[in-house]
Design a protein around this ligand. Structure first.
Ligand SMILES: *Cc1c(COP(=O)(O)O)cnc(C)c1O
Length: 481
């Protein structure tokens, strides 16, 4: 075909193309209508390019057309939600789905997806049941509370408590606890949404018992304490403990609700992590309701759990909002086996994925970094320098923000300033079949290996050869050696 004379009339017909062997094969893989639609869209694009004088005559060859159609079909067949490698150094990364769940949860979710289940059926009585009942007993046992309910997330838990128990009345909260949690959870906004009147007391850094006592009155519906999980105020500070507020709330006949956020079910200091207040502690100190997340320190699925006095939990369940915020069978299926693991705390570090990640020995991380370093250096070639280096991970999601976990990983820099672009590398790592997500700091790409499971190490290492900047490098470096 002569480039000068190529015109739209030279595009092969749809019928002819459909009978090309390559397209026949695609038809048996994707079905006739998908192939036909994709082929037509591709030919239309070619036609426009030809009219604009921008088409390569080779693009009209049936084989080239078949390859283009095959690539388009493969791209639309690929699912959007994909596994990635979290090398960000943040273990509970909200953008990456927070806690990873243990196998027991995976199996239970698989069962619930493929079988009818007793979600709202009381198997003993044969009557309609309450879905909370699937996990309520375990939650009560683990926290010392009388009753429990589960909603979509902790933000929903706070919204439900406020809306069901305090609508159109006042909720007293310390100015130092009017928090914003990442992703637009702002306490004053939630209060407005719940139709609650916010009664701020104290100052940003100091709130005293008398501030609460003076604000309490006939309009008060609730005292709310919020765990300031994602920041710390240092210096001249004062706040009032749950143990001091509980008797005050009781005297006035209003509930004391606590939003704990990260919500540890067990004292993590026994494994050398900082001592975070547990849900059981807060219940024991006299809180009437305690709300916390399922996918933060608990290590379970996204959920908002509320435990506390039976009479208050009953009111929450009776609210129409509870129906709107309720969790699916998949969440309950995943949550129950995670809670069950807590019955045997000594074994949690092996069995609860989150705890295993938080407690990985530094030596194991260092060995992993040293094993991987040459395997990453080789495909990257001479433009980049890869080092095994110490770094520090954080728990994330506002849990223990001050605490740094000594870690190890790969530190990648441009070998010389004018060579290898880190921005291009970071983008190429995101475009891999299983994207690798690190953190750029101080002109280096940091890949923290804390969340790279040993079983995933091979899959991680083998992908680097697919990077555009790896073309030819692996071969060259093997020849060199
Ligand atoms: C994280 C957090 C929330 C929000 O929890 P989600 O489960 O993400 O909705 C609310 N309050 C506090 C104190 C938190 O730390």
């Amino acid at each position: 075909m002569d480039a000068a004379r190529t015109s739209a009339a030279d595009i092969p017909s749809v019928d002819r193309l459909l009978n090309e062997p390559a397209l026949t094969a695609l038809r048996s893989e994707y079905g006739r209508s998908a192939v036909l639609d994709t082929l037509r869209a591709h030919l239309e694009q070619l036609r426009r390019a030809l009219l604009a004088g921008a088409a390569d005559p080779m693009a009209l060859a049936p084989d080239t057309i078949a390859t283009a159609v095959s690539e388009r079909l493969a791209a639309t067949a690929r699912l959007q939600l994909r596994a990635v490698f979290n090398c960000s150094g943040t273990v509970l990364h909200t953008h990456l789905g927070r806690a990873l769940l243990p196998n027991e949860a995976v199996e239970a979710v698989g069962m619930a997806l493929t079988h009818p289940v007793n979600l709202e059926l009381d198997l003993k009585g044969g009557r309609r049941g309450e879905r909370d009942a699937l996990v309520e007993e375990r939650l009560c046992e683990l926290t010392g509370a009388e009753a429990a309910t589960v909603v979509n997330n902790d933000a929903a838990a706070v919204l439900l408590m406020l809306s069901a128990l305090a609508a159109r009345r006042e909720v007293i909260i310390s100015r130092g606890e009017l928090v914003e949690i990442g992703g637009s959870f702002r306490l004053p906004d939630i209060m407005r949404q719940a139709g609650v009147k916010l009664r701020e007391v104290g100052t940003t850094n100091r709130t005293h018992f008398a501030d609460y006592a003076q604000a309490l009155g006939s309009k008060t519906a609730m005292l709310l304490k919020v765990h300031t999980s994602n920041y710390v105020i240092h210096g001249f500070t004062a706040s009032v403990a749950v143990s001091a507020l509980a008797p005050l709330a009781r005297t006035h006949g209003v509930p004391l609700a606590v939003d704990l956020g990260s919500g540890a079910l067990i004292d993590l200091s026994r494994w050398g992590l900082p001592a975070e207040v547990t849900v059981r502690d807060v219940v024991a100190l006299g809180a009437d309701l305690v709300a916390f997340s399922g996918d933060k320190l608990l290590g379970g699925p996204q959920a908002g759990i509320i435990v506390g006095r039976a009479e208050l939990i009953r009111k929450l369940r009776a609210s129409p909002l509870k129906r709107a915020l309720r969790v699916s069978k998949l969440v309950l299926a995943a949550l129950e086996p995670v809670l069950a693991l807590y019955r045997w705390p000594e074994r949690l570090p092996e069995r609860l994925t989150l705890l295993r990640q938080l407690l990985r020995p530094l030596e194991e991380l260092q060995l992993q970094a040293q094993r991987l370093r040459p395997r990453i250096q080789s495909p990257l070639g001479a433009d980049f320098e890869v080092l095994a280096a110490p770094m520090s991970s954080q728990i994330g999601s506002g849990a223990l923000p001050q605490h740094e976990l000594p870690s190890y990983g790969l530190l990648i820099g441009a070998a010389k300033p004018q060579r290898g672009s880190l921005t291009a590398l970071e983008r190429a790592l995101r475009a891999l079949p299983r994207p690798i997500l690190g953190r750029v700091a101080d002109q280096k790409l940091q890949l923290d290996l804390r969340c790279l499971d040993l079983a995933d190490e091979e899959a991680f290492a083998s992908q680097w050869a697919l990077l555009p900047m790896a073309r030819g490098n692996s071969r060259r470096s093997t020849e060199d050696s």
